[in-house]
Design a protein around this ligand. Structure first.
Ligand code: LMR
Length: 329
């Protein structure tokens, strides 16, 4: 992203020199489905604060959390129609544009935040974002959610067989369907803002998400068991409308890019502290029984998922996946 901006010092040929410099009076709508009190919610508010103060209030950013403006079902269409200028879906929700957006769902691909952020900040991360451009969108960066953990109502999950017969809600994608079917479970896509009700009514038996989402959505009210898995990662793509972005003058693009970078740092800080805090809160509430896999127990899941990893590595952009695997060597 920074690289792209390096070429934006003066009026670019594509943008023409007719655009005024400085900041025009405008309003940017940013919509997302999570609570405010999450890494994404906090990153969005940091973005708003920076943009509004650095533009002396000329550019206003209206943040709509909790799916208030658009939900999973309609936010992408709304972005393409420029009814909203920024959305922040989990990457897999963009799989319809390119299957590689599911790479965060590859089981046990990333070992920790550092590995993940190195990918996002490097050339392969930028390459993945560029895959949105042919669909009228532009990826501005990644914001963190967290490694995912499974809750359910039937039984404690400690080994792969424990998932047998369970119906698990996911954020979608064929890769996750394979991840769960490998464990004898079925999976179904459900809009995030409908998950609580789905769990409550028993439409689904369980779900997987970051601890912050599990806590802020109050799944403990409708779920009995939580297993700390770290099996997949939920990560967001910050997406904008490409035509709208290309129409902005260089000063505005540069300000938004800078604010995005700072907001990403904020999101990463919050993810680091709040995943831990969410677990403490869930523990102290005492409503769900919590299980942490031992190394040996986790290995059984890694072994069970190996065929899924092998199959999907080939279905996604192999260069991108290889660059992630190679950075560890
Ligand atoms: C989900 O749908 O599980 C999450 O990606 C929701 C979110 O955006 O935090």
């Amino acid at each position: 992203f920074t690289l792209m901006l390096a070429g934006c010092g003066g009026p670019s040929a594509a943008n023409g020199s007719s655009k005024e410099s400085g900041y025009p009076k405008m309003e940017i709508k940013l919509s997302h489905v999570a609570a405010e009190n999450t890494p994404k919610g906090q990153a969005a508010l940091a973005f708003k604060k920076i943009v509004e103060s650095k533009s002396d209030g000329k550019i206003k950013v209206k943040v709509y959390p909790n799916g208030q403006l658009y939900g999973d079902e309609d936010e992408i269409e709304a972005l393409q129609a420029n009814n909203v200028q920024i959305i922040v879906p989990s990457s897999s929700k963009l799989a319809g544009f390119d299957p590689t957006f599911q790479l965060f769902d590859l089981p046990f691909l990333f070992k920790n935040d550092d590995e993940l952020y190195r990918f996002e900040d490097g050339t392969a991360g930028k390459e993945l974002l560029s895959k949105l451009e042919s669909s009228g969108m532009k990826g501005l960066g990644y914001w963190p959610n967290g490694f995912t953990h499974i809750t359910n109502n039937e039984r404690p999950i400690k080994k792969p067989e424990d998932l047998k017969g369970l119906k698990i809600r996911t954020h979608g994608g064929g890769l996750l369907n394979d991840v769960f079917s490998k464990l004898g479970a079925s999976s179904t896509k459900l809009a995030f803002n409908d998950v609580y009700q789905g769990l409550q009514l028993g439409t689904v038996d369980g779900q997987e998400n970051s601890l912050v989402n599990i806590e802020t959505q109050k799944y403990e009210e409708v779920q009995k068991y939580l297993t700390l898995m770290n099996m997949t990662r939920s990560e967001y793509v910050v997406a904008t409308n490409k035509k709208w972005w290309d129409g902005l003058n260089n000063d505005t693009q540069a300000l938004l890019a800078k604010a995005m970078k700072k907001a990403t740092e904020k999101g990463r800080e919050v993810e680091k502290s709040d995943e831990r805090k969410a677990l403490e809160k869930i523990k102290s509430d005492g409503k769900m029984e919590i299980f942490k896999l031992t190394d040996a127990e986790r290995q059984a899941f890694i072994d069970a998922e190996k065929p899924v990893m092998d199959k999907w590595k080939k279905k996604l952009d192999e260069d991108i996946i290889d660059s992630i695997l190679n950075q560890r060597k």
